[in-house]
Write a protein that binds this ligand. Sequence first.
Ligand SMILES: [Zn+2]
Length: 221
Amino acid sequence: MKTPQIFILLGRSGCGKGTQAKLLQEKFGLNYISSGDFLRERIKTCDFTGKKMERMMKTGFFVPTPIIMNILLDILEGYKKDKQNLKGIIFDGVPRKLIEAQVLDQALEWYEWDKNTRVLLIDISETEAFNRLTKRRICQNCGKLIPYIGHYKDITKCDDCGGELVMRPDDKEEAIKSRLNEFSDKTEPVVDYYEKQGRLIRINGEQSIEDVHREILEKIN
Ligand SMILES: [Zn+2]
């Protein structure tokens, strides 16, 4: 059996991680774990934790580590039980704190998926991130996120379904600022953690989607 390929994507909100994760997912047939997706899914249960998460995410604060890791470990356990041959996993939006990176390393070791791990930082400046986040939009009809980069800057309707484009409710200026502050305070130490171990692959995120993807493919080979 081939060792599964594990990708961990880091970067400020707005760096295009989600887009790049999907491109890598398709190229290598990976399972995609996005904290944004699994948290939104968890919120739908409308129980105590779901409701509290919703409030925290609206204000741009991180959901605490035990809650995040509990959901994440359930997903990994599910992959392990699944008898299909796992090609790999891509993590988007987790780990966001040093302790999460350490727990994730131990979890990957536990499941014996730690032999082929790559950590990618999609690097954009804080100013660029702020600019992109305040200007990006979402399709009211299909939910597609339209980034504020390249040709997307000029479109007025969703390029998939023609739906109206609106601001995402959690993209309020205050929430964006606190998301970016959380990155500086909590996620920069994660970047340092991987860098000190010589595991960090830095990618210039301030170029077109295609060029970012190309740089990733070059650097992981
Ligand atoms: Zn649409």
